[in-house]
Design a protein around this ligand. Structure first.
Ligand SMILES: [Fe+2]
Ligand SMILES: [Fe+2]
Length: 324
């Protein structure tokens, strides 16, 4: 029966039922409880979550590439094993998040398709190249560090499967940050050349790391609705400030500086003042025009195509099992 075939009298009842569902949803959000996959949710809430969780999953998977290239070139067995474990963790994060996204009614195949067709995005940071081995340390310290700032509040996000995935991810991210910082510490205790390599790497990654929090609040049209729905718990600028405040003492302990002449402690605010990243550059990279966008997507597409036989074999095996 189509909607137009519905008897007139049923309409108010349907409307009342919808209002009751909406009220129930609002009450869950107001209590800071979790919304679960079988619960009713507004279409906009579902769409926003699919966009955010998918973007997050894609970032984990694409994020394996910049560091993955250094696994075979890591300077010792210990460094190789640590980096291998870290890159594998990122694959795991992608899988938890694709699974969380599937509970919203979109398949992993569709999500992968949208990524390689450029219809969904991933974090802009992974479109920058890793030019030296120090970048492995800097990514762990600053990029995983920024990810932690973004993700710790997401453990309390309103959608259950997403929040639960984040709890485990955050534990692993803090290992990533420590391994990066420890790697840089070791290099800073080394030769002048190694110290220069660390500083050069930090200079290249500082601004792109600040961009990871997204555009300034005035320029972030989705933030208010996402916060009202309990999907986001803090604004972009709040999180960026938290990251700067956390990173400056760590840089001092390490013996490196950040390439920002405006960076200074503001006793009145109780926070560091800092300059703005180049938002033009950010827009370019998000649009697909960063240094490595084409390379990252081409690599992901190739890996997906190379894996086709595995998916076919698994489906054939499942069909055979079901038939017997
Ligand atoms: Fe991760
Ligand atoms: Fe990580």
């Amino acid at each position: 029966m189509s909607v137009t075939d519905q008897p007139e009298a049923e309409a108010p009842e349907g409307l009342e039922a919808l209002e009751a569902l909406e009220a129930q949803f609002e009450a869950v959000i107001a209590r800071s409880d979790r919304v679960e996959p079988r619960d009713w949710m507004p279409d906009g809430y579902r769409r926003t979550l699919i966009r955010q969780v998918a973007q997050h999953a894609h970032s984990e998977i694409i994020g394996m590439q910049p560091e993955g290239g250094w696994i075979t070139r890591a300077p010792s067995l210990r460094r190789k094993a640590t980096l291998l474990a870290k890159v594998q963790d990122e694959a795991g994060h992608g899988l938890y998040l694709y699974s969380a996204c599937e509970t919203l009614g979109v398949s992993r195949g569709e999500l992968t398709e949208m990524l390689i067709e450029g219809k969904q995005k991933y974090s802009s940071i992974f479109n920058y190249p890793t030019l030296s081995y120090a970048d492995v340390g800097t990514i762990g310290w600053l990029v995983d560090g920024a990810a932690i700032c973004n993700q710790v509040p997401l453990c309390r996000t309103s959608y259950g499967p997403y929040g639960r995935a984040m709890i485990r991810i955050c534990k692993e991210e803090s290992f990533h940050q420590r391994q990066g910082y420890e790697l840089l510490m070791a290099m800073m205790r080394g030769t002048d050349e190694q110290r220069a390599m660390v500083q050069e790497s930090v200079d290249r990654f500082w601004w792109p790391a600040l961009m990871m929090f997204g555009p300034p609040d005035d320029d972030s049209p989705n933030t208010a609705q996402s916060m009202a729905w309990g999907i986001k718990r803090n604004t972009n600028d709040d999180l960026r400030q938290r990251f700067v405040d956390m990173s400056v003492p760590q840089a001092e302990a390490l013996g490196v500086t950040f390439p920002d002449p405006e960076l200074r402690w503001n006793a009145g605010r109780g926070h560091y003042d800092f300059g703005q990243p180049d938002w033009e550059e950010f827009a370019q990279v998000v649009k697909g025009d960063g240094p490595c966008n084409a390379q990252r997507i081409a690599h992901r597409r190739r890996a997906h195509e190379d894996g086709a036989w595995v998916r076919e074999a698994a489906s054939a095996f499942a069909a055979k099992q079901a038939a017997s």
